[in-house]
Ligand binder design. Structure first.
Ligand SMILES: Cc1cc2nc3c(=O)[nH]c(=O)nc-3n(C[C@H](O)[C@H](O)[C@H](O)COP(=O)(O)OP(=O)(O)OC[C@H]3O[C@@H](n4cnc5c(N)ncnc54)[C@H](O)[C@@H]3O)c2cc1C
Length: 337
């Protein structure tokens, strides 16, 4: 029996009822079709880097997508869902295509990137996505989708989130033939590269700078560093239609659904600084010592302990700012608060 803790970056989750690895798209669809025909619950996963699974595990079929295939045609890169994301970034730069460099070092599979519209350092998956192949478990159809169908808009939202109806089979990105990056909008990254915001830089240098910054923040997976036993940002930046007076000093950004606030700032200013939690309970769950948004497993945590810790942080932020934080990650058979 497979324990899901072995398959998730937070190393959490009890046993899988059944576990299958699918290396071809045809097998992936066939397996899910068979399970759906007999009403068996299915959990589709890639790298397990955005999943927190309950201690009781998942009673149905867990399908890990490891399909392969990456083709470059002019400025278009088409990638199977199971390909590890960072190899796509590297391969696109090696092919002389610019665009993905700010998304270097993000763990997980390519099929996972449209789910929460993965983004970092001023770039979003949706900026570069041109087409997806999607299997619809309700209708049984396999269709080519344009990004306009994906429900991207407000921060980290998509039609793939909070539903298990759709399975992403492959994605196509449209990049730019260049060895120079797109304009660097993220001030911290521009600073690191010694350029002004809005300037460009060689894509290889941008990739190295992004990897270096991410490593410093515990955002590159490293089995020996518990600060990286996480799902990246555990809490989502809240988007509000009106910002409570108490939170007026929090960094704010425009969002299609209102104003986006920095969850890291709110957590920090509610009294939970980096590393918080080491002296709490068994000390098995704590905020990363490098990043206030990352809830980390210090080695022996259970999902129950993580949920209790997350509820404690949420309560502290709510009491201080009247803002209720939600998860950025996908919670399966577990919840906090
Ligand atoms: C150290 C660290 C740093 C991170 N940094 C970032 C960051 O900078 N920016 C960012 O946006 N995210 C970041 N993340 C979060 C995570 O890496 C991304 O969300 C990633 O895209 C998840 O991909 P995955 O394959 O691991 O998905 P999983 O964790 O396996 O699955 C996540 C969700 O996607 C669904 N899913 C997975 N594959 C498919 C598919 N083919 N079709 C349909 N649904 C699918 C699953 O059912 C689940 O609901 C970070 C995580 C970690 C651990």
């Amino acid at each position: 029996m497979r324990t899901l803790a072995e398959l998730t970056t937070m190393r959490l989750g009890g046993p899988a009822g059944e576990y299958e690895v699918t290396r071809s798209t045809e097998d992936l669809v066939a397996l899910i079709r068979e399970a759906d025909a007999v009403g068996k619950p299915v959990l589709v996963m890639g790298g397990g880097s955005n999943l927190v699974i309950g201690d009781q595990g998942f009673e149905g079929l867990v399908v890990q997508v490891t399909t392969s295939g990456l083709t470059v045609h002019r400025e278009f890169v088409t990638v199977a869902a199971g390909v590890e994301w960072d190899t796509v970034v590297e391969a696109s730069l090696d092919a002389g295509l610019a665009g993905l460099e700010p998304l270097s070092g993000i763990p997980g599979s390519t099929g996972g990137t449209p789910v929460q519209n993965v983004g970092a350092y001023g770039a979003l998956t949706s900026d570069l996505l041109r087409r997806l192949t999607v299997y619809d478990r309700t209708t049984g159809a396999i269709d080519q989708w344009l990004p306009s169908r994906c429900g991207f808009g407000s921060h980290r939202q998509s039609v793939f989130k909070h539903t298990d109806r759709y399975v992403v089979l492959d994605v196509t990105f449209q990049l730019t033939r260049s060895t120079r990056s797109r304009p660097i909008t993220y001030a911290g990254l521009a600073d690191r590269l010694g350029v002004l915001p809005g300037a460009t830089a060689p894509t290889s240098e941008v990739r190295q700078a992004v990897l270096a910054v991410r490593r410093e923040r515990g955002m590159i997976l490293d089995a020996g560093d518990h600060d990286t036993w996480s799902v990246g940002s555990f809490f989502i930046n809240p988007v509000l239609t009106s910002v409570p007076d108490k939170a007026r000093d929090c960094p704010q950004y425009p969002d299609p659904a209102g104003t986006k606030l920095s969850a890291a700032w709110l957590i920090d200013h509610a009294g939970f600084s980096r590393g918080y939690g080491r002296d709490r309970g068994r000390g098995a769950v704590a905020l990363s010592s490098k990043h206030a948004l990352a809830v980390t497993n210090r080695g022996t945590a259970t999902t129950t302990e993580v949920m209790e810790f997350a509820a404690h942080i949420r309560e502290g932020v709510e009491q201080t700012f009247d803002i209720r934080l939600g998860p950025e990650c996908d919670l399966v058979n577990c919840k906090f608060g």
